[in-house]
Ligand binder design. Structure first.
Ligand code: NAD
Ligand code: GLY
Length: 387
């Protein structure tokens, strides 16, 4: 990441990154006030001057009128579909309802959907766009930090099932990502923190300077400094765009973006995909566990693992599996149950678990042969750690 002294120059105007995917390349526009100017940004991408906006009730209350007015000024007609907020919406039942409601609008192959909201809305709208009429266009207007730095970019779409997270889905790239950093002003602090876990992830994967920048500036970014937030969104999007352009379908290095997610998804599955533990919170615990496990295997220094945990704790994110006791975790939680969830995760190949481990901060790597017994012992130990 660049030095904070360069930030002043970055605050004026909007910035544009490109996800370089050849014929399917698209822009990520980062700025402030983009939602109120959405019509100008999307108009040239539409085949028909009408769109269907998918959003959730929280986001609709704050931004839907603004978006529709902006589209209207640009001569674009819009219909809106509002879903209930939260991870529980990302299931088959709500997806069926969403699909039927979109079809009821009489969409055509040349229609475009707009996802206005966080990762839940982005993933569901993207999956609807991937599947309805065998594929239509969609645009991401992410309104959470998590969605701006991660889920809106890269084309992974889908829903959760009883067997685990994101197990039904498709790769389907958006035509544009419009990240209005000003929208983060209305995001509850807990949601900001959850998204911040994904920002930290990029530093830990391959950008030790970026992690150090977050140690210095992360708290101020969370507290509301827009220039710092914008810098964090831009560097995160640049990191993700580079990885996606090199490995769109996760045949190789894109798997690094799953740092902390194998542990995290298992924890989320066990907590029932509810508000008790947000996705980003589970990722924070998962990232800390990945570093602790790496240290236990002698791959990374205990100091680096402790530094990761210290940063999450300083920011206010959970970093210990034992934190789940505070959520009133179910009495029956065991390492074996977590490992069962992990075995359903998509990161299983030939019966072996693929984990993203680390040789240090900024040195994540893909490990395809993690020993189940060692992992089980590690998880038991962590579940029993003092509360
Ligand atoms: P979310 O979509 O549930 O949004 C979090 C909450 O914030 C919701 O209650 C929402 O209504 C509210 N909200 C959104 N924007 C707001 C705003 N500006 N002001 C006030 N409230 C606002 O959750 P999320 O954290 O954005 O996304 C999590 C989801 O993203 C998970 O399902 C996860 O699996 C998925 N994800 C997908 C990818 C991918 O590559 N597709 C990557 C990471 C995460
Ligand atoms: N969030 C992981 C990925 O997009 O690959």
């Amino acid at each position: 990441m660049s030095a904070p002294s360069r930030l002043a120059a970055e605050t004026a105007g909007e910035e544009r990154l490109v996800v370089g995917l050849g014929a399917r390349a698209y822009d990520i526009v980062i700025g402030e006030g983009l939602i109120a100017d959405a019509g100008r940004h999307v108009r040239h991408l539409l085949q028909l001057p009408k769109v269907a906006i998918v959003t959730d009730a929280n986001v609709a209350a704050r931004y839907l009128d603004q978006v529709r007015a902006a589209l209207d000024r640009a001569g674009i007609a819009s219909e809106a579909i509002t879903l209930p907020p939260g991870e529980a919406t990302k299931d088959f039942a709500h997806f069926e309802d969403l699909a039927e409601r979109i079809l009821a609008l009489g969409i055509e192959r040349s229609s475009t959907l707009i996802a206005l909201g966080g990762g839940v809305i982005g993933d569901m709208t993207g999956f609807a766009a991937a599947t309805l009429l065998r594929g239509i266009a969609f645009i991401q207007v992410p309104t959470t930090l998590l969605a701006q730095v991660d889920s809106a970019v890269g084309g992974k779409t889908g829903i959760n099932t009883r067997h685990g997270k994101n197990l039904v889905g498709a790769f389907h790239q958006p035509r544009l990502v419009l990240a209005d950093v000003a929208a983060l002003d209305t995001l509850p602090r807990r949601e900001l923190l959850a998204g911040y876990a994904e920002v930290v992830k990029y530093g830990l994967i391959n950008d030790p300077g970026g992690f150090a920048w977050l140690e210095t500036n992360g708290a101020a970014a969370i507290a509301g400094d827009r220039a710092l937030r914008r810098h964090a969104v831009k560097t995160s999007c640049a990191a993700k765009a580079a990885i996606v352009a090199a490995d769109e379908r996760e045949a190789g290095d894109r798997a690094l973006l799953n740092l902390g997610h194998t542990f995290g998804h298992a924890i989320e599955a066990e907590t029932g995909f509810g508000a008790a533990l947000l996705h980003g919170e589970a990722v924070a615990v998962g990232i800390a566990l990945a570093f602790d496990f790496s240290a236990r295997l002698g791959l990374c220094s205990p100091e680096d693992a402790a530094r990761v945990r210290r940063h999450f704790a300083a920011i206010g994110l959970p970093a210990e599996l034992a934190h789940l006791h505070k959520l009133g975790r179910k009495p029956g939680w065991t390492a074996a149950k977590l490992m069962t969830h992990m075995s359903h995760d998509k990161k299983v190949a030939g019966g072996k678990l693929t984990f993203i481990l680390a040789r240090g901060i900024g040195q994540a790597f893909i490990c395809r042969d993690v020993a189940a017994a060692e992992l089980g012992r590690f998880l038991e130990e962590r579940l029993d750690a003092p509360r």
